[in-house]
Design a protein around this ligand. Sequence first.
Ligand code: FAD
Length: 528
Amino acid sequence: MSTHTNPDEKALPPAEPSGSDRVALDVYRQAIEHVSVAASITDVNANILYANPAFERLTGYSQLEVRGHNESLLSDKATPPEVYRDLWKTISSGEVWKGRLVNRRKNGTPYLADLTVVPVLDEAGRVKHFLGMHHDVTDQHQLERRVENQDALLSSIIEAAPVLIALVNIEGEVMFSNPAYKMLRRDLQGENVAAHFLDAFRESLSVSLHDMCEKGFDFSAVEVRVNLSDDETRWFACTASKVQEHDMSAAGYFTKDGRAGLLLVASDITLQRRRYEEARTNAVRALMAEQQMVQGMREVISGAIFQMQGPLNVMSAAAQMLERQGENGHDAPLKAPIHEMLNAGNAALERLKAAMPRTADEPVGPVNINELVREVLDISIDGLLRQGIFVDWRPAQILPNIPGRPNALRSMIKYLVDNAILAIKDGGSGREVVIITGTTSDGDVKLEVRDFGPGLQGDLRLKIYEPFFTAWKKTRSRPGMGLVLARQIVTDQGGSLEIENVMSGGCKAEVVLAADGLGHDPDYEQEG
Ligand code: FAD
């Protein structure tokens, strides 16, 4: 092992070079005199014969101070011994060694040296001298470590983040993603999750991916629905921001050009969404319960008016007959009491009509029939399950909004679903209600509610729209106004409702609602 010599102590002089060696050394000396790296020439034991000015500047030792001393003068104990072993093994066999080691300046400050040791061979191929060149790479090392540390810190933040993070390039390919994103991708059997989010941005903001990346739109949260399976849906609030990666190649030194991409960050809001949906379903349920109560009262009062109207008509005809007989007719004494009864009856009728609860005038707005069906199913599902009835709900993937009164239309759908349930309870071939939405060739919205009950028997088809007509065998308590009201709502909407038997059994109620508005409704102005 070479000893660390103090340059103030006298170093053992290296073997004096012979004449031809001296000439060769002079050549090397001149060659390295003005280079900017710290260069030195040593004998075969690493004793320094010459060190250039750059060596003096870097190490703080003068030429005279180091001459005759071993290169180990610069050694710092932070360098592991195996590095030196490797260095010597390599250069002793005539090979060039490159590596990094920790050196110490004259003033004691350490620095990281990037060292190259080149063996100088004689004509016989034996090592005669070594040429050492090194430069200080401490700053570069610090920069590398800083980047590594930042990478590690950033990675641990991204890995632990409870949000989904993905970096997407301009072609829509995912360049980077965090574990939360990968987990959702696994749940979606490898589907491209980013594509869902990008589609949502495109749909709600009408911006292409190219514009998002190139023009630098930054988007605040857009709600994205992801269907994991038939019965599991998750919701995400997704934001996107443009990221620009600068060109790191030499050619990009003078420009700021580089690749543009989009950073997608999505947080799972399924729980909040479920709570919101629950609250909304409860509000719809309360609203429909109130509507049903009002409707029930209207049905009862309408029934009473209907029942009274018959006898009153008879009395009115009798009064007219007595009027024609004149004062001398043999029934003349009945005239006054009949008039009295007629007046009392008409007054009672007017009171009943005045007691009829009014339905609030509902404003018209854009309505999505899929959403209304879902709301009706949400509030009916418990009852359906209790009765062992299964709903096959086939919503159209894309269904245009139509102008309409949502509460009235929701009630209409509920009447049709309730009728399908009653039909199934009356018997038939299956315990299933099929609900399908779609569009007609004219672009109108179509709703189909199909049951597998007994179907419309005999002349029932002609009577079903008569007020207070009911033919359910198993459910006698119904007032028989559901279809009348459903048809009224659809007609008010400018649409049509048809009920017909289906060949394979049961009935199909088909509603068609105009996509382009109520037409006759002056209150409604279509958007856009
Ligand atoms: P050393 O005993 O010197 O070396 C440790 C190991 O190296 C030993 O286990 C031994 O197997 C092997 N070894 C040592 N000398 C020889 C030899 N003559 N022949 C074969 N094997 C040997 N070191 C630095 O720390 N910083 C430098 O900038 C530096 N520059 C150098 C430039 C040149 C041209 C050369 C030839 C060497 C340079 N060295 C440098 C290496 C230096 O000479 C020492 O080997 C090293 O500093 C370790 O010193 P040490 O006293 O701790 O152990």
